[in-house]
Design a protein around this ligand. Structure first.
Ligand code: GTP
Ligand code: MG
Length: 137
C-alpha cells in the first residue's frame, strides 16, 4: 500500500508543533494528498476510535481527541503505513526511538502528538472518515 492516514493531535497543535511535525513528515518523503485543520466533536472522536471502546482509557482518549484543533491528512509514500509508524515511534513516548515524532513531541502515552494508521485497510477507512471522494485525489 502506498497511502496512510495521520492526525496531528490536539496537544501538538496547541503547543505550536504543527509546522515542525509537518516538516518532519515531508522530509521523510511523504507527499500530502489531502489535509484539513479541524476539530472533532466527542461523538466523532468516539466513532473514530470505536475499536478501543472497551479499553479502560477510551473515555479519556475521546475527551482528549475532542479537546482542541487537529490536522488530518492522507499521506502517500511507498510502504506508507509501516514507514509512517516508524517515523512516529512507539505509542508511549518513553519507549519511542530517538528522532521519532513522538520522542520529540509527545507528552505521555495518551497525549502522544500524532496518529498513524495501523494497516492499509484502516488507512483507507480513516481517510474516508475525514475526506470525501472529491477531496481525495
Ligand atoms: P494511534 O496512532 O493514535 O492509533 O496510536 P497507536 O496505534 O500507537 O496506539 P493504539 O491504537 O493502541 O491507541 C490509540 C491511542 O489511544 C493512542 O495513540 C493514545 O492516544 C491512546 N492510548 C493508548 N494507550 C493508552 C493508555 O494506556 N492511556 C491513555 N490515556 N491513552 C492511551
Ligand atoms: Mg492505533
Amino acid at each position: 500500500g502506498n497511502r496512510t492516514f495521520t492526525m496531528i493531535k490536539p496537544d501538538a497543535v496547541a503547543d505550536g508543533n504543527m509546522g515542525a511535525i509537518l516538516k518532519m513528515i515531508e522530509d521523510a518523503g511523504f507527499k500530502i494528498i489531502s489535509m484539513k485543520y479541524t476539530r472533532l466533536s466527542a461523538d466523532l472522536a468516539g466513532k473514530f476510535y470505536e475499536v478501543h471502546k472497551e479499553r479502560p482509557f477510551y473515555g479519556e482518549l475521546v475527551e482528549y481527541m475532542s479537546s482542541g484543533s487537529i490536522v488530518a491528512a492522507i499521506l502517500e509514500k511507498d510502504n506508507a503505513v509501516a514507514d509512517f509508524r516508524t517515523l512516529i515511534g512507539a505509542t508511549n513516548p518513553a519507549e519511542a526511538a530517538e528522532g521519532t515524532i513522538r520522542k520529540l513531541y509527545a507528552k505521555s502515552i495518551g497525549e502522544n502528538a500524532v496518529h498513524g494508521s495501523d494497516s492499509d485497510e484502516n488507512a483507507q477507512i480513516e481517510g474516508n472518515f475525514f475526506f470525501s471522494q472529491f477531496e481525495r485525489f
